[in-house]
Design a protein around this ligand. Structure first.
Ligand code: AMP
Length: 212
């Protein structure tokens, strides 16, 4: 299973990717998580990426590709992966296809998780993430709160501020959304309504993948 989840920030890609990773026994690979880990560890890539991330801009393609390929060459990704947050633009899609082709693989399906902008803005404004396991929560009554997996104190993401959210949505519409048509033309796309209970959305994705 080599799958891409496409969708705006806050569509629930991360949550669904974790569930699908369990279901299909392949790792969930999120470039946003890889980058946030690099920022936290203050690696060379992390220091370079932070300015872009805090502004809601895309980190340069070559930087993200290096991190991603390093992750995809680890043993647990040999049988497949669920990609979340990559590709973000047509150039990245080309780079990914090229890198996979070199090792005789290809993307088998692309799930577009669709959620309207108004809903996204509400979700992201009340979102918090576990810095340890990356699980995401939507909080009813603000911080602080702890992770249900490991008890770590949750943190709001530095890019979940109103002005940065708007910028990230803008970039999604301009750069990432064209990938929906790109993969549709290749016959790989399934469109999923991302609004509903988590179990429901997961079932929609699983059913659509079966039918594909
Ligand atoms: P995400 O967690 O996917 O919302 O990503 C958070 C931030 O990390 C984005 O706003 C970008 O700054 C950066 N990022 C994540 N994935 C990519 C990517 N594929 N290309 C460029 N920047 C990325």
């Amino acid at each position: 299973m080599r799958l891409i989840l496409l969708g705006p920030p806050g569509a629930g890609k991360g949550t669904q990717a974790t569930r699908l990773a369990d279901r299909f026994a392949v790792p969930h690979v999120a470039t946003g998580d890889l980058l946030r880990d690099a920022v936290r560890q203050e690696t060379r890539i992390g220091v370079r990426a932070k300015t872009f991330m805090d502004a809601g801009e895309l980190v340069p393609d070559d930087v993200v590709l290096d991190l991603l390929l390093e992750r995809l060459t680890q043993a647990d990704a040999a049988q497949g992966f669920i990609l979340d947050g990559f590709p973000r633009n047509p150039a990245q899609a080309e780079l990914l296809d090229g890198a996979l082709a070199k090792v005789g693989h290809r993307i088998e399906a692309v799930v577009s998780v669709e959620v309207a902008d108004e809903i996204i803005i509400g979700r992201l404004s009340s979102r918090a993430t576990c810095p340890q396991c990356h699980k995401t929560f939507v909080l009813d009554n603000g911080l602080p709160a702890t992770c249900s997996n490991d008890g770590t104190t949750l943190m709001a993401r530095t890019d979940d501020k109103p002005e940065v959210i708007t910028k990230r949505l803008e970039i999604f519409h301009e750069q990432t959304k064209p990938l929906v048509e790109h993969y549709e033309a290749k016959g790989l796309l399934v469109r999923i309504d991302g609004v509903g209970e988590l179990d429901e959305v997961e079932e929609r994705i699983a059913k659509a993948l079966e039918a594909q």
